[in-house]
Ligand binder design. Sequence first.
Ligand code: NAD
Length: 296
Amino acid sequence: MAKIIDGKAIAKKLRAVVAKQAAVLKEQAITPGLAVILVGDDPASEIYVRSKERAAAKVGVDAKTFKYPNDATEEEILTQINALNQDETVDAILVQSPVPSQINEQTIQEAILPAKDVDGFHPENSGRLFAGQTGNYPVANTPRGVMTMLHHEAIDLDGKHAVVLGRSILVGRPMFALLQKANVSVTLLHRYTPADLRRQLLATADIVVVATGVPDLIMGADLKPGATVIDVGMNRLPNNKLVGDVNFDTAQKVAGAITPVPGGVGPMTIATLLETTVELAAHHHHIELEHGWQNI
Ligand code: NAD
């Protein structure tokens, strides 16, 4: 039976480290500021934004939400972003996705100042990641949180083969970049990868990261025995149950380690968002912080 990777417990440890970092800033009268722009009334987004606010308050991050109606124009959102770009009490800005169709996500991503781009979506930041640059720039929080989990669990990465399923800018692509930066040979699959090829590649994968939004896409029989399985998927079934993209019961019998849904990647994403916010605040004030995840 696979070891269950307890994302909730790791996220708790990470939040404690982030709270300590925020306390160091507080001594210098700095409160990290996170601005969240929420457009429309998607109930899932509202729940998600509220849990971000609550988690932020607990670690000493000042989170503010700017709510806009479903019919908000792109210009209104750009005006708000510009104001936040100039506001010195704001260190990190994010626009909760999805946004209504009249708003172009690319335009929004490029409007956020790269130094405040807490999601790491601005081409300047994602470009740095793909160029393999080191240094202070934000990286998408879900894949960054996955890397923290892998390090925390002491999963051997060097020279291993990973299969990443999904190529979104939110998860799959930055996951690919981070893993290959850690000396992993990475294969990136997506919806046009034929099932046969997917099966062949999975059979040789030491690490599998699944972020597709397709329940039960991966079954235990697809996995190499002992593989580490990270399930990013979050799918609400008609019976209201929350499941990932991996069939947990069968996968658990074959994998070496596996993340559950819920309680796996989800809690890590929010904790990592706070970690990035505090780092951005420190960077804006030219303060060196000890790195977060190495201390958990
Ligand atoms: P997305 O819809 O933007 O992208 C889905 C990707 O999956 C696409 O690249 C697509 O090509 C690929 N895909 C679809 N069918 C596939 C198949 N049969 N085989 C291989 N690839 C396939 O989604 P996203 O924003 O990357 O999110 C993916 C999932 O992760 C969703 O369930 C989402 O809710 C979840 N998610 C969870 C967290 C978290 O914190 N746990 C964060 C972000 C996203």
